[in-house]
Design a protein around this ligand. Structure first.
Ligand SMILES: Nc1nc2c(ncn2[C@@H]2O[C@H](COP(=O)(O)OP(=O)(O)O)[C@@H](O)[C@H]2O)c(=O)[nH]1
Ligand SMILES: [Mg+2]
Length: 460
């Protein structure tokens, strides 16, 4: 039965009152038949591939009009999934698209799983696995740099070198196997040459592996918590930084009672900044909760910005907060330097910190933000961002698989060095070829597919 193989989903974000267009997408054998039942295109419009029809979506039984819409037809194989695809472009909001989706399902379509359109594109050979992953990255990108890397992956900038390395390994394997089978008829194996070629493959794998850290940074970003005593200027700092008035700023200590968050991009890295309630002992019930949340935010952050007031120097209360966060990656912010006439007195924790960067700011005057961003980039060692001269950033799955490739290649080298028989060389070379194929999805298990595609949104 072919029913069940046609999938349907709302392909646009479902946020009420946001977005003027909503799209319902269908893919599969029955997509066109369903469109013909639901869509009425007045006049002489041709139902041809890669055309857009104008008309009405109607309930097939009551003939009641559900929406005025456009219908986009993309017949196999010239579509995203390589199957017949139709898209109903409805009015935005959620009602029209939900009704159209229900009607499509009543006509025999099935609700798509997360990423199932892309899974079909992969299974039908339109995308390799790295390209499919790049699509998910592109949709989820939180900085222009992340989007750029995702786009590079989509264009095959990761797949191409991997495929080349795999071909090289297959060539080497063929040469070795020929010696195993027809040793007498062929000139002896040039061991040194094989070792050099294997080393080259290993070096290339290393270079690609070196992009994993920046991949991680650029995909997941950093959580940064601003903590400190009340009134030192934490909210002002977030405001100056995000150039917005998102955080509440007043001169009353304890105004920020909850954690306020802002999303920024620094050097291509998406950064979620949390402005927290001033940490102090308090009897106020609500403030107490805020203080507890501040402590939690500091503990769960990738980086803590401990802020102090330059006028007060390093106080007991600062030291107290410092002891709570000193096990975290930390930057010390000395704020309100505009209120200091002379040189800033030396300000430092009483217990030395191995690598504490200090930044002076005047948050209320928007000063010191550049220095702060530089300090952050230094702290997260963005050296890794530019480490490899490659225009890509691999993800954790790819890194884990390539690490296996690297180990197999090393094993081949050991086998050669130990003068073991040729059969032994081929075993590890085959694993290297296998794992390179896994990166591309040429060798793939159900569980890897599950892992990759479950991270997608529905409708992609
Ligand atoms: N002169 C000066 N005042 C500042 C500076 N940063 C913050 N303030 C003031 O200090 C007070 C407390 O600031 P706020 O950001 O609410 O501190 P928070 O309690 O740590 O969030 C406000 O009156 C701010 O205008 C600064 O760099 N220079
Ligand atoms: Mg505040």
């Amino acid at each position: 039965m072919l029913q069940g193989n046609t999938i349907a989903a709302i392909a646009t974000a479902i946020v009420p009152e946001q977005g003027s267009v909503g799209i319902v997408r269908l893919s599969g054998d029955r997509a066109m038949a369903i469109a013909r039942v639901l869509f009425h295109a007045p006049g002489q419009q041709a139902w041809l591939s890669h055309r857009i029809l104008y008309g009405y979506i109607r309930h097939p039984e009551t003939q009641q009009v559900v929406d005025e819409a456009l219908l986009l037809i993309m017949l196999a194989p010239r579509s995203y999934t390589r199957e017949d695809v139709v898209e109903f472009h409805c009015h935005g909001g959620i009602i029209a698209v939900q009704q159209v989706l229900q009607l499509a399902i009543a006509q025999g379509a099935r609700l798509a799983q997360p990423g199932e359109f892309t899974l079909k594109a992969f299974l039908n050979g339109r995308l390799d696995l790295t390209q499919a992953e790049s699509i998910s990255d592109l949709v989820g990108a939180r900085s222009p740099q992340a989007a750029q890397f995702a786009l590079a992956g989509l264009q095959g900038k990761l797949a191409d070198p991997i495929r080349q390395l795999r071909t090289t390994c297959i060539d080497i394997l063929a040469e070795i196997e020929a010696r195993v089978d027809f040793e007498e008829d062929l000139p002896p194996l040039n061991e040194a040459e094989i070792q050099t070629r294997l080393q080259q493959v290993q070096d290339d794998v290393d270079q690609i592996l070196a992009t994993a850290d920046r991949g991680e940074l650029i995909r997941t970003g950093l959580k940064v918590a601003i903590v400190g005593r009340p009134n030192v200027g934490k909210s002002s700092l977030l405001n100056a930084w995000s150039r917005s008035d998102r955080a509440i700023v007043t001169d009353l200590p304890g105004t920020t009672r909850d954690v306020v968050e802002s999303n920024l991009v620094v050097g291509g890295i998406p950064i979620q900044v949390l402005d927290t309630a001033g940490i102090r002992d308090t009897d106020d019930k609500v403030e107490k909760i805020g203080v507890a949340r501040s402590r939690y935010a500091a503990q769960s952050a990738d980086l803590v910005l401990l802020t102090i007031d330059a006028q007060d120097g390093w106080t007991d209360a600062d030291q107290e907060i410092y002891t709570q966060v000193c096990d975290r990656p930390l930057i010390l912010i000395i704020n309100k330097i505009d209120l200091i006439d002379a040189e800033i007195p030396p300000i430092a924790p009483r217990t030395p910190h191995p690598a504490l960067l200090t930044v002076s700011t005047a948050a209320a005057l928007n000063q010191g933000i550049d220095a702060l961003e530089t300090a952050i980039l230094t702290t997260v060692q963005t050296g890794t961002l530019h480490a490899a001269n490659l225009d890509l950033a691999i993800n954790q799955r790819q890194a884990a698989t390539l690490t296996q490739t690297k180990q197999s290649l090393q094993q081949v080298q050991n086998t050669i060095a130990n003068q073991l028989p040729l059969d032994f060389w081929t075993i590890d070379l085959r694993s290297a070829i296998y794992t390179l194929g896994q990166v591309l999805g040429e060798e793939v298990t159900e569980s890897v597919l599950d892992q990759v595609f479950s991270r997608f949104c529905i409708g992609k």
